[in-house]
Design a protein around this ligand. Structure first.
Ligand code: ASP
Length: 445
């Protein structure tokens, strides 16, 4: 162990890192390998193999069975055996019998689905604390939600600070907290990342390490590009652009607490701890290896083109058009525009049901010359701080797409020059991503 290290790190481990005794051992080695790894946030046991079931999903199922008046005992026993496998494999003396009896009682008494799901992290936290010899802190004591389910940021920060001031090492389960009235409440799925971020902020951590089963953020989706490169360093803003477009690894809401404090996040791989992973920072002078940092995209968009002669001189035109979307409860994703035309890009699945109301509304609001719609579009974001002031980036994207015979339907470049968004047909999505990856990454290797 590295001693004399006064740095403070918060380390969060995802479900697959804590799914079996073998994984627990790797986690303990990582934690004990550095004295600075003081506050540990575990997820519930995840999948041990590809078609295994996550404990969280089993717990949700338990609650559902109860709601339907079915017997939950067999499923609870199955969940218990997942923990007992870990406890036995680690040679611990801990017994969770009482805890499981209490969970059964609570579910019988009508406890909600959040309570059920939260027990996955709660119990895993107890096991991990016992194994590490760290103190266990119930997240319900330190993570507080308002009655409408939003996080009470200040109260949570205060409680975490107070609680951890006197504890040098602790395990705090992820994913849940409690409402002001004491009811257990969870974040959305994958929310242990948020707990980790909140703890890091409260203790002014030097680093928030987020340990998972991949070696960091990948430049592109591995389902489309085989063996994509790993991003070494990425800024919060770049990450936000890529996550918005579907690149997952970290819960989106996990960024905000640490970002406010300027605490870097390091995505690491529990199964390959020697790798450095991806560092997420506020800003960096590290040059990205390639002009682009990453590519991500999503299918299933529709574009509504509104044309009207002299639109540009009609004050309030854009507001009125967007007002129609607002009135119909639709948010828009992008809005590229020309002189006499504006395009509103929306999620197709949300839009279809309201399509005719929206069209009628636009007619009434601005009397356009033409409204045209295009469906089955995919948006691809090419993101990178290195694109700023680099000549020819957009040219290279277009020439790559042209060579791959992909027709570009739309383009949107923010003036921050951090990203370029191209719209293509859904059916061209994969080809387009491969073409862009090849020109910027493969060609540079
Ligand atoms: N266990 C929860 C889930 O499966 C939360 C988490 O892992 O972060 O979503």
């Amino acid at each position: 162990m590295e001693k004399g290290n006064y740095m403070k790190k918060v380390v969060k481990f995802g479900g697959s890192s804590l799914a079996s005794p073998e994984q627990f051992k790797k986690v303990a080695d990582i934690i004990k390998g550095e004295d600075s790894r003081r506050y540990v946030i575990p997820s519930a046991p995840g999948k041990r193999y590809a078609d295994d079931t996550k404990v969280t999903d089993m717990l949700y199922q338990c609650h559902e069975l109860k709601e339907n008046g079915k017997d939950i005992k067999p499923l609870l026993e199955k969940i218990k055996s997942r923990y007992n496998e870990i406890i036995k494999g680690l040679g611990l003396k801990l017994s969770l019998e009482e805890e499981f009896a209490e969970i059964h009682r609570q579910l019988d008494a009508g406890a909600g689905s959040d309570y059920a799901a939260s027990r996955g992290e709660y119990l895993n936290g107890m096991v991990l604390a016992d194994y590490l010899g760290f103190e266990f802190v119930d997240a319900a004591e330190v993570i507080i939600f308002h009655m409408d389910g939003t996080l009470d940021v200040d109260k949570t920060n205060e409680l975490l600070k107070d609680c951890l001031k006197s504890r040098e090492y602790a395990v705090i389960p992820g994913f849940y907290g409690k409402l002001e009235d004491g009811t257990i409440h969870t974040f959305s799925r994958g929310g242990s990342d948020i707990t980790g971020s909140l703890v890091a902020r409260a203790i002014h951590a030097d680093m928030y390490e987020n340990w998972t089963d991949v070696s960091g953020f990948l430049v592109a989706d591995p389902r489309i590009i085989s063996n994509p490169e790993i991003i070494e360093a990425i800024t919060y803003r770049e990450l936000r652009e890529l996550s918005y477009m579907g690149a997952g690894v970290l819960h989106e809401e996990a960024i905000f607490p640490v970002r406010r404090e300027g605490i870097p996040i390091n995505i690491r791989n529990t199964n390959a701890p020697e790798e450095k992973g991806t560092l997420i920072v506020e800003s960096t002078c590290r040059k990205p290896r390639y002009t682009i940092t990453g590519i991500a995209g999503k299918k299933g968009f529709a574009a509504i083109n509104v044309d009207k002669d002299m639109m540009n001189s009609e004050i309030g035109f854009g507001r009125k058009v967007l007002g129609v979307f607002e009135d119909n409860g639709l948010s828009f994703e992008h809005m590229p525009s020309g002189i006499d035309t504006m395009t509103i890009v929306v999620q197709q699945s949300e839009f279809v049901e309201k399509e005719q109301q929206v069209i009628a509304g636009i007619h009434r609001a601005v009397h356009p010359d033409i409204i045209e719609m295009e469906s089955d579009l995919a948006l691809i974001a090419v993101v990178g701080r290195g694109m700023k002031a680099t000549r020819g980036t957009v040219g290279r994207i277009f020439s790559a797409l042209a060579h791959a015979r992909v027709n570009v339907k739309m383009i949107d470049q923010g003036s921050s020059e951090l990203n370029v968004i191209v719209g293509v047909k859904n059916s061209d999505f994969e080809t387009a991503i491969r073409a862009i990856y090849d020109i910027f990454v493969t060609a540079q290797l």
